[in-house]
Design a protein around this ligand. Structure first.
Ligand code: UDP
Length: 487
């Protein structure tokens, strides 16, 4: 890489963001795009029509420097109903393959668009490794995004480096903390994750939706040491949304309940009295697991908000169907005690309310970072992917949550029969944080400290704020350098 004599600091950047079609990728990338827009740069998000609504509405930059370019999703070609363009709308394994195939078919129109009007830089989802060759061809820098915490990426990289395919509980080699994993990841199709991580490491840098203080400087150093690659902590990106309207409008769908009703219900509850239960956008537990959750939460005696994804194609549910997942009389008994949200919940607003005392979570990284940003301790129940590593960061490394004790990967996505977590464990987990006591108090205090640090990180002079400034400078340097070389 050669040196650059002149960097045009005045000329704004033109950046394309290309997120995968899943809310867990679209939401943080749309927020990171806002961060760049808030500094006067021109951002364009490339996505499909039904996902486009995620990026606009109350977005304060939408009339100025924040554009969304849409590409028709090839619904007919892949055999998905019109409008199903997000993993959150998928309820069968078959359909998840169709969605993946559809995203692959988007490569051609996206490539044509980018080639005809190239930006100064691409921020590309790691699930689109083909962006690597395109960026090289066009001689533009490419930054990668995968939606994981750096702690988790370090754990994955460590396993990759040591070519580990664990068959039982295992210690993650060389990590700054001694972490033993009980849940054994399944064997992926050979090289799938390997190729994605390799391509990611060939980018000009990795954008991380976290703040340095939560991952820890030691993980930035570790990552650099084992990959030679730089990670830029820019988050928590959810904090870029400031008004209630912006916070409420994040999903592929509108919240199913009136946001004001939800907030006024929370207003009527005491501080830290409500447990918020949500497992993200992809998990569709089978009825018997939902039943155990209902029993466990009810037995804990806590007030609750429980988000249960809607069964697609089911306009209404008979009493008989309902009793398969909800104990008889549950709603009547808990009329005053809790709310069940069937569908999309205004999660960031809920977590930000002082009545919420804990979150029972699958440890998806967005949910984790939103809980930390709101100072809400977590009861962890990971399901798959990065979630088991995130759990360790929450419970063992930072001490801001307690484990429910799940030690088996499951898909739990589309109602398959899998090992069920029983009501007793669920009740125990909820009580551990909600019933008070020294342990819960200490955890609550620590997560409040991280909340403060998260807010400081994104303010002027904070770590994420300064990282964004340096990153913008770096992208300008790459843009203005004709000497930029690609691997
Ligand atoms: N989310 C929401 N309302 C819901 C369900 C999810 O706002 O009812 C948001 C949540 O706030 C988070 C994202 O969807 O930003 C889910 O991402 P996460 O990484 O936690 O889990 P995933 O869905 O990717 O498993």
């Amino acid at each position: 890489m050669g040196s650059v004599n002149f960097i045009n600091e005045e000329r704004p950047l033109k950046i394309y963001f290309i997120p995968y079609l899943a809310s867990g990728h679209l939401i943080p990338q749309s927020d990171i795009a806002r961060l760049f827009a808030s500094r006067g740069h021109h951002v364009t998000v490339l996505t499909t029509p039904s996902n486009a609504q995620l990026f606009l509405k109350s977005n304060p930059y939408r009339h100025h420097n924040y554009r969304v370019q849409t590409f028709q999703f090839p619904s007919d070609q892949v055999g998905l109903p019109a409008g199903i363009e997000n993993l959150a709308g998928i309820t069968t394994v078959d359909d998840s393959y169709k969605l993946y195939y559809g995203t692959m078919l988007l490569q051609e129109p996206l490539t044509n668009f980018i080639e005809q009007d190239p930006p100064d830089c691409i921020v590309g989802d790691f699930l689109y490794p083909w962006l690597h060759d395109l960026a090289i061809k066009l001689r533009i820098p490419r930054f990668a995004f995968n939606g994981f915490s750096l702690f988790t990426i370090c754990a994955m990289e460590s396993l990759r480096l040591h070519r580990m395919q664990p068959t039982g509980p295992y210690l993650i080699p060389d990590l700054p903390h001694k972490i033993t994993m009980n849940a054994v990841p399944p064997k992926f199709p050979k090289d799938f994750l390997e190729v994605l991580l390799e391509t990611e490491a060939k980018s000009d840098g990795l954008l991380v939706n976290n703040f340095l203080e939560l991952d820890g400087e030691e993980y930035v150093q570790y990552y650099k040491k084992i990959t030679g690659h730089k990670a830029w902590h820019l988050g928590p990106a959810c904090l870029v949304r400031r008004t209630s309207e912006e916070k409420a409008e994040r999903g592929p769908e509108k919240s199913v309940l009136n946001v004001e009703d939800c907030l006024s219900w929370l207003d009527s509850r005491g501080a830290n009295s409500v447990v918020y239960v949500s497992f993200g956008t992809v998990c569709h537990f089978p009825d018997n697991q939902l039943y155990e959750i209902a029993c466990g939460v009810e037995a804990s005696g806590c007030e609750f908000i429980w988000v249960v994804p809607e069964k697609k194609g089911k306009e209404s549910e008979s009493e008989e169907e309902k009793e398969k997942w909800l104990p008889k009389g549950f709603e009547e008994r808990n009329k005053k005690k809790g709310i069940i949200i069937r569908g999309w919940a205004p999660q960031v607003l809920i977590l930000g309310h002082s009545a919420v005392g804990a979150m029972l979570t699958h440890c998806g990284w967005n949910s984790t970072s939103e809980a930390v940003s709101a100072g809400v301790p977590m009861i962890t129940w990971p399901l798959h992917s990065d979630q088991f590593y995130n759990e360790k960061l929450i419970s063992e490394v930072r001490g801001i949550g307690v484990e429910i004790g799940v030690d088996e990967w499951g898909v739990y996505c589309y109602g398959q029969k899998e090992k069920v977590v029983g009501r007793v464990e669920i009740e125990k987990g909820v009580r551990r944080l909600m019933d008070g006591g020294d342990e819960a108090e200490q955890i609550r205090r620590r997560v409040q400290e991280f909340k403060k640090k998260a807010r400081e990180a994104v303010q002027e002079g904070g770590s994420s704020y300064n990282n964004l400034t340096s990153l913008i400078h770096e992208i300008k340097r790459l843009r203005d350098s004709k000497l930029h070389e690609f691997e």
